[in-house]
Ligand binder design. Structure first.
Ligand code: ZN
Length: 250
């Protein structure tokens, strides 16, 4: 069942939570788009509120993820659902940001008083989606400026590992040019592979952000769906939200 990847007290006094769903929690892919378009469907349609998923405020914001670098600013629960974007940012408690994945990298960015959730596949990484999300987070957070985002903590969820992520030589060369030689790896059977975690670490490290990696490979570990492994249309979700600061007694 869903597991907690992070629970962190922010400088603002709010508590940020990051939860990852698993196969056992059900498919969180958007509903049938033919019914009314993804923007018209509640983000939580058909997803039973069980376990840790029940703790996330509803409806979730569920972007129309398009492997780009657009960031949506979310000011109330469920806002920006269906909007074409690959990152969402909010400074409002009680707003759950969701990122749906089945091999791509879900990343939560926890600032001083605001959070972001990012869909980081290889195309998004190459497009600078993490930089765009950090810039949007800085705008909301107010407490930091410029390229150094050293106060931000990143939480990186399960994604496909280099063990299982055979990758084309031309695209791999482009990513090496962008992120460095450490993103080039090998699969378990010795084929050229992309190390997505290394690319995430480089992109965040350039901004001074340290990251905690879950380390699970979605293809190796059957708690998760993997598009590469099975061609599935099912998705798991990373959910990130803030709980309000507690009133102190007296
Ligand atoms: Zn693997």
């Amino acid at each position: 069942m869903a597991r907690e990847l992070a629970r962190r007290s922010l400088p603002s006094g709010q508590t940020a939570l990051v939860v990852m769903s698993e196969v056992a929690d059900g498919d969180v892919a958007p509903g049938d788009v033919a019914v009314g378009g993804p923007g018209r469907l509640p983000a939580t349609d058909g997803i039973p509120p069980a376990g840790l998923l029940a703790d996330a405020p509803r409806p979730w914001t569920a972007l129309d993820q398009v492997h780009g670098a657009t960031v949506a600013v979310v000011d109330r629960a469920g806002a920006a659902s269906g909007v074409p974007a690959d990152a969402a940012v909010t400074d409002r408690p009680g707003v759950a940001l969701s990122i749906r994945v089945a091999d791509c990298v879900p990343v939560a960015l926890l600032g001083g008083s605001a959070i972001a959730a990012v869909h980081a596949g290889w195309r998004g990484l190459a497009s600078g989606v993490l930089d765009a999300a950090l810039d949007a987070l800085a705008d909301l957070d107010g407490g930091w400026d410029g390229p150094d985002a050293g106060g931000v903590v990143a939480v990186v969820g399960p994604h496909i590992g280099p063990c299982c992520y055979e990758f084309g030589a031309d695209d791999l060369a482009d990513l090496v040019a962008t992120f460095g030689a450490e993103v080039a790896a090998e699969t378990v059977d010795g084929r050229p592979a992309l190390d997505l975690a290394a690319a995430v670490a480089v992109a965040l490290g350039r901004r001074g952000v340290t990251a905690a990696f879950d380390g699970t490979c979605t293809s190796c570990d059957d708690r998760h769906w993997s598009f590469r492994a099975t061609g599935t249309t099912c998705r798991q979700a990373m959910l990130a939200w803030m709980e309000p600061a507690r009133e102190t007694a007296g």
